[in-house]
Design a protein around this ligand. Sequence first.
Ligand SMILES: *[C@@H]1O[C@H](CO)[C@@H](O)[C@H](O)[C@H]1NC(C)=O
Ligand SMILES: *[C@@H]1O[C@H](CO)[C@@H](O)[C@H](O)[C@H]1NC(C)=O
Ligand SMILES: *[C@@H]1O[C@H](CO)[C@@H](O)[C@H](O)[C@H]1NC(C)=O
Ligand SMILES: *[C@@H]1O[C@H](CO)[C@@H](O)[C@H](O)[C@H]1NC(C)=O
Length: 522
Amino acid sequence: MKEKKRSSRCCGWLLVLIVLAGVGFAAFAIIRQKMEPEAAPVPGLPGAITKKYADALKIAMQFFEIQKSGKLDKNPIPWRGDSGLKDGSQAKLDLSKGMYDAGDHMKFGFPMAFTATVLSWAILEYGDQMKVVDQLEPAQNSLKWITDYLINAHPTDNVLYIQVGNPKVDHSCWNRPEDMKEARPLTQVNTSAPGTEVAAETAAALASASLVFKSTDSTYSSLLLKHATQLFDFADKYRESYSISIPEVQTYYNSTGYGDELLWAASWLYHATGEQSYFGYVTGKNADDFANWGSPTWFSWDNKLAGAQVLLSRVSFFGSKDVSSSNILLKYRQSAEAVICGLLPESPSATSSRTDSGLIWVSEWNALQQPVASAFLAVLYSDYMLSSRTAKISCDGHHFTPSDLREFAISQADYVLGNNPMKMSYLVGYGDKYPEYVHHRGASIPADEAPGCKDGFKWLDSDEPNPNVAMGALVGGPYLNETYVDSRNNSMQGEPSTYNSAVLVGLLSGLVTTSSVVQSFA
Ligand SMILES: *[C@@H]1O[C@H](CO)[C@@H](O)[C@H](O)[C@H]1NC(C)=O
Ligand SMILES: *[C@@H]1O[C@H](CO)[C@@H](O)[C@H](O)[C@H]1NC(C)=O
Ligand SMILES: *[C@@H]1O[C@H](CO)[C@@H](O)[C@H](O)[C@H]1NC(C)=O
Ligand SMILES: *[C@@H]1O[C@H](CO)[C@@H](O)[C@H](O)[C@H]1NC(C)=O
């Protein structure tokens, strides 16, 4: 009894102490909050799923299934079958996999590798969100479909096959990929005809994918990384643009320079390996040569500078102190913020490249690539800010919060999905009204027809809508005056591509739910 009483008195005091300490801590916390009135909210658990973006993501992901070449094992598209099975055979290589570029049947390595890099990035940042809506596995499978091809396209250290098919020959046919009979010549880069940008982009694709598969298939992940490091060395040592070594490539995917790809690839290799040499690469002389500080650029299959800036900002936000304090890293982050400031409509440095209703609009050809790619970067940056509790960025003295960035990203996504003067969705298969005459050979020809190269043109000329819906195709998009001509031969506005789908998948994955991103990919 006695003992009990004493102990209870003791505990009574303890309780008072605990309460006092609690009050003190609460008061301290309030003072702290007052001192930091703009402290960002702590990122919480992922919020509720936004059905609109979840539905759109599921649709967008299907376009990769439509574009697959090779032996299709689990094919969810009823009008697609095996094709391109002999691609690469003349060089004793299996280049049957990979994806057709757009409405045609070319395999263009430069944009295909970019598609893979962006898809990896989306998975690494937003894999959790993809998983919640059952899209993680399809995304990984589509990524692997490309990286399997890219590995086979790199048979020795300094040789990379960058193209299957001849675009002149390919474009003179209108047939289904399943019925292709035309020659499928191969094009390579090598030490006498180097291609720095295409080798570096392929290195970026394989390095980023090595992170995606690191925990689920470590053998494959190591193989990807081995090819990535070899390709990067090849790209860096033999510096020349493939547009100069092989002028024919200028007609379709002309490269305006390789400095951006070198920085982008080295950034991915740094994330994938943690090796200081890659950090030194992006912060040393190459930064002076290629980083183009402070000048905003459009993120695209040709120019990855803005992507590299955002990817390196990630290190500035979340990296260990010894690297994140680097002055050069800060310059990348400032350049990334210059890109973001250009996008935000209320910013003093807002770009005037916009339609009247607010869509970023830069080019008549494939108009949607810039708004969608820009919105992907904006949602990433917004989530970096949230996850690192960064309250705001400054654009010439005006402050913008993570919600402002997200709002911009949402405005572009909503435009694509139907909130536009045409009241139509530019994502095929989404909503009630979307393009029905998409410039896509496979979609335009009935699945039970097997026209040859030339007699298939009657399907291009037909007045009927496509018999097969190219689910998930993101078409080129509207004119500056926000009109759209839904006509099958209008490839400027009506041709989808795998790289359009990749940036859209990234954007939609970021919008499926509000989120905090992982601090490290590894
Ligand atoms: C190197 O690539 C060029 C351009 O594709 C090609 O013309 C040449 O034959 C290749 N060299 C070798 C040794 O295969
Ligand atoms: C390809 O890009 C280079 C570098 O920007 C440019 O000089 C060249 O004119 C372009 N070629 C074509 C066909 O547009
Ligand atoms: C919109 O722009 C396109 C391309 O410049 C033009 O062909 C078309 O006539 C314009 N439409 C209207 C309604 O102004
Ligand atoms: C389709 O467009 C191309 C390129 O503009 C043109 O050369 C071709 O004649 C057009 N074909 C038809 C059937 O209109």
